[in-house]
Design a protein around this ligand. Structure first.
Ligand SMILES: [Mn+2]
Length: 450
């Protein structure tokens, strides 16, 4: 059966991975069909840690969902010959399944060669067709029937496709050749099936359910060739376009896992300990342990229920999620700053803001001076008037705003606060989008007006 991929956005975060896995489980329970949880990019160490902790297999990493050879294959068990069969057995197999092209495979189902009904006919014609010794026919026939597949299969000049090749490549190759069937193999040369021109006509796109995003630029590559069946999300609506009506579930809550958790609860479906822990993690991560201004009552309510099922304390578990790995310690200054850097422009002024979330300010105060030095370099290199690094402490509910650049004084003016050791502390500020960017834009607008 062809799977439906439940997939989150590029640069996967905890909510999008947790949503993909938990919605896959939900669909598997409520709907027929095969669902596979997927991620649109490599997972970071902290997500891998979380999945291991909750005993989940990492989702399949898909970097492309374009239509490929794999999608052309029909869903049926392949019929094949083995090298030790003789022509009699081979003929019986072909007649039984009414097929004209047979692959020859070894015990590991790897592809060895091909046999067509035409090749077989030629053997008979070559040996019997001369017509001079009619009396010899029974002996000749017996000899032919005894011959082994190994000696007669075709192994040269074959056109094989690998399952990941694109359909446009297939079309080109099929036009250049005249075969009835083309074998398809995987990376290990294992045989997967045959395709023919006919399969190109009713080709099946990859089918997807998008979770935690709906905009093209955040979606997996090749999305334009795929068929979107559903969207479950909590972001602004972007540029989605679908061929037919779909199930589009979008609500302004703090996390996609809140919406999926609600579906489980409303339908009274069983949520096991680990799944409850996973959905809870998505909520805690996106809402910054309920401290982000995006948090709603519904997030708290669903998280409370999931906490009961999982036996996890939201606060303790949330701190662990934000503090689990030595990821920050290992990253270079440059990587740390670039991980979540966003650029902005106001008139001719370009500036940038990066944000790191932590449950422990102290970790960053040690490397503050070296971070500032790196930021100065980035400003020069990228022509930023100034740049800010928000080190947001979720527990303290505040942000240490590290500032650099020639026009750094504009940031001081904007927040009415003088730098101390290169940074200012902003109590209660958690959100870049809601609490920092608008203040800076307003300050720049005033500065330009004067
Ligand atoms: Mn989210």
């Amino acid at each position: 059966m062809k799977p439906v991929y439940v997939i989150g956005h590029k640069n996967p975060d905890i909510d999008s991975v947790a949503a993909a896995i938990s919605y896959k489980v939900y669909k598997q329970i409520t709907d027929k069909g095969l669902y596979v949880a997927a991620a649109a990019g490599e997972l970071t160490d902290d997500i891998l840690w979380l999945l291991k902790e909750l005993e989940f297999e990492p989702p399949l990493v898909l970097d492309n969902v374009r239509t490929t050879v794999e999608d052309l294959l029909e869903d049926k068990d392949p019929v094949y010959a083995t090298i030790d069969m003789n022509i009699m057995e081979l003929g019986n197999l072909m007649r039984k399944h009414n097929i004209k092209t047979l692959p020859v495979l070894n015990d590991e189902k790897q592809f060895l060669g091909l046999l067509t009904i035409g090749d077989l006919a030629m053997i008979f014609l070559d040996n019997l067709g001369k017509g001079q010794d009619i009396e010899q026919s029974p002996r000749i026939l017996r000899e032919i029937f005894d011959r082994k597949v190994a000696d007669i299969m075709k192994t040269r000049d074959l056109v094989l496709f690998e399952k990941d090749e694109t359909v446009s490549e297939v079309r080109k190759q099929m036009l250049a050749t005249r075969y009835r069937n083309y074998p398809v193999v995987d990376e290990q040369n294992r045989y997967l099936g045959m395709i023919s021109r006919h399969n190109l006509l009713d080709m099946k796109r990859k089918r997807l359910i998008l979770v935690d995003h709906n905009e093209r630029k955040q979606a997996v590559n090749g999305i334009e060739e795929a068929e979107i069946l559903e969207i479950v999300d909590h972001h602004r609506i972007g540029d989605v376009e679908t061929i037919s009506p779909i199930y589009f579930h979008n609500e302004p809550v703090g996390s996609t896992c809140t919406l999926i958790g609600e579906m489980f609860l409303e339908n009274r479906l069983f949520i096991n300990t680990n799944l409850a822990g996973l959905m809870l993690s998505g909520i805690l991560s996106d809402t910054m342990i309920f401290k982000s201004p995006t948090t709603t009552e519904r997030d708290r309510r669903v998280a409370q229920r999931l906490a009961e099922f999982s036996g996890l304390d939201p606060l303790d578990w949330g701190k662990k999620i934000f503090n689990n790995s030595d990821h920050f310690e290992k990253a270079s200054d440059e990587d740390l700053i670039n991980e979540d850097l966003k650029e902005y422009m106001s008139g001719n002024t370009i500036f940038a803001i990066s944000q790191i979330e932590t449950v422990d300010f102290a970790k960053f105060s040690e490397r503050k001076q070296s971070l500032i030095k790196t930021m100065e370099e980035i400003c020069r290199r990228s022509n930023y008037a100034f740049m800010c690094l928000m080190v947001t402490d979720i527990m303290e509910e505040g942000t240490e705003l590290i500032i650099s650049g020639d026009k750094a004084f504009l940031v001081e003016e904007a927040f009415g606060n003088k730098r101390h050791d290169g940074s200012i502390f902003l109590k209660g500020v958690m959100s870049r989008k809601k609490q920092v960017v608008p203040v800076l834009y307003e300050a720049l607008r005033k500065a330009n007006a004067i």
